[in-house]
Ligand binder design. Sequence first.
Ligand code: AGP
Length: 599
Amino acid sequence: MCGIVGYIGARQAAPILLDGLKKLEYRGYDSAGVAVLNEGAITVKKTKGRLKNLSDMIDGGHKIPGTIGIGHTRWATHGEPSDINSHPHTSESGKIAVVHNGIIENYMKIKEFLTAKGYTFVSETDTEVIAHLADYYYNGNLLETVVKIINKLEGSYALGLISSDHPDQMIAVRKDSPLIIGLGEAENFIASDIPAILKYTRSVYLIEDNEIALLTPNGVTLYNTDLDEISKEVFSVDWDIAAAEKGGYEHFMFKEIMEEPQSVLNTIGPVLRDGLLKLDKVPGRISIVACGSAYHVGIVGKYVIEALTRIPVEVDIASEYRYRNPIITEDTLVVVISQSGETADTIAALREAKKQGAKIFGIVNVVGSSIARESDEVLYTLAGPEIAVATTKAYSTQLTAVYLLALSLKKAMGELSAEEEKYYAEELLRLPDLISAMIEQKDKIQYYASRYFNAKSVFFIGRGLDYALSLEGSLKLKEISYIHSEAYGAGELKHGTISLIEEGTLVIAVATQEKLFEKIVSNIREVKARGAVVLAIATEGCELIEECADGVLYIPKTDPLFTSSPAVTLLQLFAYYVASLKGCDIDKPRNLAKSVTVE
Ligand code: AGP
């Protein structure tokens, strides 16, 4: 979604802003802009389209001198992508410029109020009300002005604000939208995400809701909304800038798939070394809440946790959960899964569950993110920064996190014998090698992608855990290749959707579950009889499937509960090669954003 970068110091701001915005491109955007303050005046340059357009317009930043500035990449919500709707927005006097991530829910009301006071609006955005409010409330003190503004706002925001009356100040504040402050030597930064400023500093403040930062070149002071000074620990980023760069690969997505074996090892290693997670209480029920791919991990989690522990698990899409009046009993554990830890719907679901007294167990990749901070317990997936919009290594590590949670629950129940613990630990520790074995098969996967990349519509079918995996395989394919795709429980297809199967329709049948093998073979025959072309994903040793499928890709043998791990890498690579053959923008698919920070 939208990205924010701000700089205050002694260097020229605009090139730093462009560089930071470039690092945030992966989040998805449709326009970009900067505002730079120099000799008592703010210059704003903004344009629709790629960052390169903006960079060309200002000659890489050199056309607009100044050592304090704010920049923004916009992902349109209120008003189409256009030059005028791009950020920064300025007050009518041009003295205050603001960048904003999030949505101001009561902007219509504020707009009416300000219009009645004589303010004129030039854009269709919600953000412009903030710039005019700044002018309306301005009393010579920027901090006090910002407090008055945020008292008026409903919704979510991360804000960066500068004023030509205060050439040595920048203000930043957030509510329900990520924001960090980077601490440098005689220079400071604001950003919506760490990669934007990692080149300049590893020391950051992770700003929380309603904390206000006043930045000068020489320091950062934090305040609450009563303008009392507050203190905060400096967070030291422990990953390298190389982790957020392509490192010679053509796409982040491919690089991140290649990193899966190591990411999985990093995630399971420490937990297995410590003898699984120490859970203080065994829940009577589990509710898993997440969005998109993380939700699909939740469905895998349901199968695995129920199979191992017999604790009932329900899985909800976060955006539905909060509005369906969920039943949360005293012994319910709510498991929240999120790569970014900043997905607005997931945060809202977490808060709803917390309000009703649930204990929250977070499975999160980004350290210090909102979901990590608001969970009672956190299991971090150690995938490192994930840049491609389509999640791959984070999904893989989330899978292993739910395996670890399931085993830890079983152990806490006193139902995991020492032998079983040893067996499962060994199986889990084999996963990085099994994933590597899938990567080694990439030429074969690419071959099948080249056979089928012209498909107009694809159906993924599977049973049990293979159904859960089909959901992810289908999402991966559609989000990056734009091929229409659906996933069905293989037995469900005949209840309606089979009418869409015709001569040449591609069906990808996931058949890794031995005990359901005969069943899925029957389902393959059903679609074959109606003209489908079938690519099957099966486990080595199940070569019988070759009799009914047109093509087969094999995963190595593992415990049936863990087959999703190698199999998802295969499906990710398949989607990647299809999208690549179609010439799609793999890392930044149209209309999508890396982390969805608005409802
Ligand atoms: C999947 O490739 C997508 N990027 C998307 O479905 C994603 O998994 C979802 O938006 C949830 O994001 P989160 O894990 O950061 O909460």
